[in-house]
Design a protein around this ligand. Structure first.
Ligand code: HAM
Length: 442
């Protein structure tokens, strides 16, 4: 029988699921995100960073030019589409840096001098979803623009370390490298090509392709069969000139002076093409394969490449989901705070009117209040409302039944510590709740 001929079957409406790799943030996790966001706001304020928000959608060229055509992100991970209303080529941002640089150049933000900027929000990459790797994920990032010296490289790394300490993250290590300048990389690249060409048959398909396009990225390969070959490859650090080495050493000296341990990883090249000199990543073994919680570095060529007046810059970004997961593993996620201060209970009719007025008065006084609203529109028993009050996490219940209303009173019940209940005049409910809250915190 067709669905049309079977009305009972036709009535069953299919639910529509979210997009694979793009997750809902559910109420149970909201407090953790809010906590993290607060810590991040405090951190950025402590170091003089200003907030900036760019759109989620940019012209595709921003990322093609910014991140580089020959990168995994641009080659295969971008959500790009044509706006069918005007034919524009657009992309859901896969990262923040190129977009922030676009905004800085467009709005001439460096006109008055260097800027320290931060941002947060969703990013989109079409990767294979797994633990810690999503198609929509959230980044927090900082970008310091207009500063050339190694001091700012060290400062942004100190910021990261302070953040991990503040969040109680355990087992995070810092790896650092220098990518030098373009002519140094060109020399190294030539040496790499010669080296890998000799053993071309040992390269996997991806690396054979990269040999022609971006041989540095071969060093990034995780393919176990190629590790020995990669170990023996010419190291970029050996091609760095005096200036680049001086910068790299100065960063390390400043980190050491601030007791920040780091490991030099000559194979750390990062997956985006805008970097020069210092690059770094924070890595943990606690999260399985997706253990990089944050990464960044210096990207002096980018502002000019995006059409701005040449200016040095550096920054880093972290994956919020990965950091929250590591907080969970480290046992440092805070307890969810109580949802509200007061839960207001009534019996419908006139008691509802009074209860609604009292709830508004409580909110006027800065006290969070939930007013009981029966799901079926009918008044519910006190008992079932008290259960709801308890489950809401509220510290106090304000009870207004017909008996209370007749006496112009409400009952105030302590739900968390003492369980005490007392009558208070309706006009004094707000003061009574404030007194109770103050008393409980003393
Ligand atoms: P990135 O290394 O591509 O750098 O990303 C930064 C962080 O975002 C990663 O370390 C990781 O924690 C998180 N992340 C990346 N992809 C995913 C994903 N699919 N799912 C979950 N988390 C992910 C950048 O994006 C640069 N813009 C960083 C930067 C800022 N460099 C200079 N300034």
């Amino acid at each position: 029988m067709t669905e049309q001929a079977n009305p009972a079957k036709a009535q069953k409406i299919q639910k529509i699921n979210g997009v694979r790799g793009m997750n809902d943030l559910l109420p149970a996790d909201a407090a953790q995100w809010t906590h993290l966001e607060h810590v991040l706001r405090d951190l950025t304020r402590a170091y003089g960073y200003e907030f900036l928000r760019t759109p989620i959608v940019e012209a595709t060229a921003v990322f093609q030019r910014g991140i580089g055509e020959v990168t995994d992100i641009v080659e295969k991970e971008m959500y790009s589409f044509e706006d069918r209303l005007n034919g524009e080529q657009l992309t859901l941002r896969p990262e923040g840096t190129a977009a922030v640089v676009r905004a800085v150049v467009e709005n001439n933000l460096l006109y008055e001098g260097p800027k320290r900027l931060w941002y947060t929000g969703p990013m989109f990459r079409h990767e294979r979803p797994q633990r810690g790797r999503y198609r929509q994920f959230h980044q927090f990032g900082i970008e310091a623009m207009g500063f050339a010296g190694p001091d700012i490289d060290a400062e942004i790394i100190l910021m990261g370390q302070r953040l991990w300490d503040e969040l109680g993250l355990k087992g995070v290590r810092l790896e650092i490298n220098s990518l030098g300048q373009a002519p140094e990389r060109a020399e190294h690249r030539a040496a790499l090509v010669t080296y890998f060409e000799k053993s071309k048959d040992q390269l996997d398909e991806d690396s054979q392709r990269r040999l022609l396009t971006n041989p540095l990225r071969i060093l990034d390969s995780k393919n176990p069969a190629m590790q020995e070959l990669i170990e023996g490859a010419p190291k970029l650090l050996d091609f760095l000139g005096e200036e680049s080495l001086k910068h790299f050493e100065a960063v390390q000296t400043l980190l050491k002076a601030n007791n920040i341990p780091c490991k030099i990883n000559p194979r750390l090249v990062r997956g985006l093409d805008y970097y020069n000199l210092t690059v770094f990543e924070w890595i943990t073994e606690e999260l399985g394969a997706q253990g990089t919680i944050a990464g960044g570095g210096r990207y002096d060529p980018l502002i000019e490449r995006m059409g701005g007046k040449a200016a040095p810059a550096c920054g880093w970004a972290m994956g919020m989901e990965r950091v929250l997961e590591l907080m969970k593993v480290s046992g440092s996620l805070p307890e969810a705070p109580a949802q509200c201060d007061a839960f207001v209970i009534h019996q419908g009719g006139e008691t509802l009117t009074s209860a609604m007025i009292i709830a508004e008065r409580l909110r006027n006084a800065g006290i969070d209040a939930i007013l009981f609203c029966p799901p079926d529109g009918q008044a519910a028993s006190f008992k079932s409302q008290m259960k709801k009050a308890d489950a809401s996490g509220a510290a106090y219940a304000v009870i207004i039944g017909p008996d209370e209303l007749a006496k112009n009173e409400a009952q105030l019940k302590d739900l968390r510590s003492t369980g005490e209940q007392k009558a208070v005049a309706l006009d004094s409910v707000v003061e009574a709740v404030i007194d109770a809250i103050v008393g409980a915190t003393e």
